[in-house]
Design a protein around this ligand. Structure first.
Ligand code: ATP
Ligand code: MG
Length: 251
């Protein structure tokens, strides 16, 4: 079982879009996938057409011990499941602040998860306790990066946090992928950012770049993935290719 967190403390870079489409793309390849939505904004949850419902067991109710994880996992298709988010996650930093081992609560609660090939975690745009819990739980990190000015700027803070978590909490944690998102090859800035990424992260950067494609922005409001909403779009093609790369299949 590969456990991968999509992390970048910068907002709006493509974490959720990537988490949703990697989850759906890997599931289409026949992998058993669990997507965990840890962002109180619940965008990944909404993208799958699950509306806000505080009664439904969710990542928050699991974290605070109201439900066990099996009760909260919601099956979407035969191969794809989601642990939905809730707005209540917004207060979890405070609620867990006095807990012993507060960085490990998620790992502890999700310990009994089995039977998946991939567990993907969509993180919020911050490096607070929720993200640290995610980094303590997973083995791998994929960093979605928006191909624009300042894209690499915030990454040093992220790298430092990853390094600290690795040293103190999760020694086997590794960055195993960097994803160029919202790539517009007609713009020299995008090409420059992308080559800076290649220089810095080298072979960790996936060959597949996710091009800017309006279908990706439209799909969530229909409660659909781009594979269903616009199967022939660039967005669909790019995330299909990325899913193959992540699964280790030839393009
Ligand atoms: P946050 O930090 O707020 O959680 P995020 O990093 O999860 O944001 P997304 O929600 O995936 O980022 O993307 C931000 C916005 O950009 C969304 O409206 C999304 O639909 C849109 N978007 C993402 N990727 C693309 C793309 N390749 N082409 C066009 N629009 C995109
Ligand atoms: Mg998001």
């Amino acid at each position: 079982m590969r456990k991968i967190a999509l992390v970048n403390q910068k907002g709006g870079v493509g974490k959720t879009t990537t988490a949703v489409h990697l989850a759906a793309g890997l599931a289409e390849l026949g992998k058993k996938v669990l997507l965990i939505d840890l962002d109180p904004q619940a965008n990944a949850t909404l993208s799958f057409g699950l509306h806000h419902n505080p009664e439904r067991p969710n990542a928050y109710s699991v974290l605070v011990g109201k439900n066990n994880v099996q009760e909260a996992i919601h099956s979407l298709t035969e191969t794809l499941s989601i642990l939905p988010s809730s707005i209540d996650l917004a207060g979890v930093d405070m609620e867990l602040s006095n807990e012993i081992g507060r960085e490990r609560v998620l790992s502890d609660k999700l310990d009994e998860i089995t039977g998946f090939d991939f567990v993907l975690v969509d993180c919020p745009p911050s490096l607070g306790l929720i993200s640290v819990n995610a980094l303590t739980f997973v083995d791998e990190i994929h960093i979605p990066v928006q191909c624009e000015f300042f894209a690499l700027h915030g990454l040093s803070l992220l790298m430092r946090t990853i390094d600290l978590v690795k040293r103190r909490l999760n020694p086997t944690l590794e960055i195993t992928g960097v994803i160029a998102c919202m790539y517009d090859g007609r713009r020299s800035l995008a090409r420059e950012t992308s080559s800076e990424l290649d220089n810095f992260f080298q072979s960790k950067v996936f060959q597949t770049k996710i091009r800017t494609n309006v279908r990706l922005a439209e799909a969530p409001s229909h409660g659909k993935t781009v594979f269903e909403y616009a199967p022939d779009s660039y967005g669909s093609q790019d995330y299909r290719n990325l899913s193959r790369e992540v699964a280790g299949l030839p393009l």
